[in-house]
Design a protein around this ligand. Structure first.
Ligand code: BG6
Length: 516
């Protein structure tokens, strides 16, 4: 299909950037994989861009026995592995501010030692006691650490305007279901004020996800048609090529519903469908997202079969390589019914979206890696081109490509050159890399900077977490009772008949996973 490219862009207004406020960053799980792969490289980039405060320091906490020197060596090796352009000098200069302390997360004395160490570091860096606690540890020990931070005098449950307030940063999953999510929220609220809690859903840190709000609310031409008068349906796809890999142990107890729908997918839907917030501040944006989630129709027992299809990959081929089936993965029970794919038809029961289906699908070991939100507009009421055999004109389609090939495209019809009448479908495409000429920054850079600068806009509030779990409770209960069984699909498949049937029975089609 021919593509048109916009030829220029210009900045309007000032480009606002936050800088981290003075605070020591305390990372639990500092010798772990996530910290080395994502957190430290992102911090390094922020440091390179002078966005960290000059008094910034980092105290790594972990169970592995390491000296400050050995810890720095490990972080340096990670920086060199995960970032291609780091010199020894740069790494060493950055890592001078890194320290390490070993201990047992359930032992009160560990927290006393952390406090003592932080007091010394605060003096050395002339810091006023402002701290950010980042838990890069398995979620089942969040409760324990949060409570110990409180007992050890490192957190306070109410915000105090006259004092530096300790902040808490945790990563999804926030609980395993509604009950455990509520329990975690209760523990957190006993130890930290909600205004100091940063729950990371890394999708919200992706540039293209943040752009949904700019695109919708900084342009006047889309909002008037962004509703059930003009939109036929919306598709949200988060397809992955990879299988569960080394995370099979976690995944088998989780599945695609918990791993991808409760958080990333519902967050994408809420951004694409929410009402305009009064301003671009954390509470206004999060209020609207929560309001939208409250309008999503909960799944019910009677509607499963109609609205949900679960799948599980069997052996197949990806990139010409044979791939083992899910049941053959290490740490997965041979009779596991955990879903690695879900397709669902959802509705948002409010004035704007009444009757518009939101078709979502996410899965592992699929034909390609692709995340996108696609808005398909209603068909023209009448075709005046019937004489050239076009009884029904193709609909306009707006594609927000979250990853890869980040950008936005709009499909429309236009006259092709030549004959008197000749219609073609064109795609007007905006591509981040081509237009801005820069690599898209890693989501963690944005999120780390925001939590150190005290901006909660891109973090999940407790109420959104609980509402999302509540919506899914009925499916999770039926899954527990093994009432819904996943259908097998071969690894590398673009789809499978039952998933197709979910949308085709409404006279619609999934967007192809591979671009045509
Ligand atoms: C994580 C899930 O939250 O997101 C993983 O736990 C998934 O299972 C990952 O692979 C996908 O993230 P991304 O950024 O690669 O799309």
């Amino acid at each position: 299909m021919p593509q048109l490219k916009p030829s220029l862009y210009k900045n309007i207004g000032a480009c606002q950037e936050l800088t981290a406020s003075p605070a020591g960053l305390v990372v639990f799980g500092a010798s772990g994989d996530l910290a080395h792969r994502k957190l430290f490289p992102s911090l390094f980039r922020l440091w390179q861009r002078n966005l960290l405060d000059e008094s910034f320091y980092l105290l790594g906490c972990g169970r592995k026995e390491l000296s400050d020197e050995k810890f720095r060596d490990g972080v340096k090796a990670g920086l060199k592995k995960f970032l291609s352009d780091v010199t020894d000098d740069q790494a060493e200069s950055f890592l001078k501010r890194f320290y390490y302390i070993i201990g047992d997360y359930s032992d009160r004395r560990f927290y006393e030692s952390i406090k003592e160490r932080l007091d010394v570091l605060d003096k050395e860096y002339r810091m006023s006691g402002s701290r950010v606690f980042y838990l890069s540890v398995p979620p089942d020990i969040y409760d324990k650490i949060v409570q110990q931070l409180r007992d050890g005098g490192l957190s306070c449950p109410t915000a105090n305007k006259n004092q530096p307030n300790p902040r808490l940063v945790i990563e999804k999953p926030f609980g395993h279901d509604l009950e455990t999510a509520r329990q975690l929220n209760r523990t957190i609220s006993r130890c930290f004020d909600e205004s100091n809690v940063y729950r990371i859903d890394h999708y919200l840190g992706k540039e293209t996800v943040q752009n949904i709000l700019m695109f919708r609310f900084a342009n006047s031409i889309f909002e008037p048609v962004w509703n059930n008068n003009y939109v036929d349906h919306v598709q949200v796809t988060i397809a992955e090529k990879d299988g569960v890999g080394r995370r099979a142990g976690y995944y088998d107890n989780s599945g695609a519903i918990r791993d991808m729908i409760q958080n990333h997918t519902l967050q994408l839907i809420s951004l694409a469908a929410m009402e305009p917030p009064v301003s671009f501040d954390a509470d206004s944006v999060r209020d609207e997202k929560t309001k939208l989630l409250k309008a999503v129709r909960p799944f019910s027992e009677s509607s499963f079969a109609e609205n949900v299809v679960l799948g599980q990959y069997s052996s197949g081929t990806i990139n010409g390589q044979s791939v083992a089936g899910y049941l053959e993965e290490e740490s997965v029970a041979g009779d596991s019914l955990t879903e690695t794919f879900i397709a669902a038809r959802m509705f948002v029961d409010n004035w704007r979206w009444s009757g518009v289906p939101f078709y979502c699908r996410t899965g592992k070991c699929l034909a390609s890696k692709k995340t996108e939100i696609v808005v398909t507009f209603k068909q023209m009421p009448h075709s005046m081109f019937a004489s050239i055999g076009i009884e029904q004109l193709p609909p306009n389609i707006l594609i927000m490509r979250i990853q890869p090939d980040e950008g936005i495209s709009l499909r429309f019809q236009a006259k092709g050159p030549g004959g008197k009448m000749c219609l073609s479908t064109l795609e007007m495409t905006f591509n981040y890399k081509d237009i801005f000429g820069v690599e898209i920054p890693e989501a963690y850079q944005r999120l780390l900077l925001d939590c150190m600068a005290g901006d909660q806009t891109l973090f999940m509030r407790y109420d959104a977490v609980e509402i999302s779990w509540k919506l899914l409770e009925p499916i999770l209960q039926d899954r527990r009772g093994n009432k819904i069984k996943p259908v097998q699909y071969p690894a590398g498949a673009a789809s499978f008949p039952q998933a197709d049937e979910l949308i085709e029975k409404d006279g619609r089609k999934w967007r192809p996973l591979k671009d045509n």
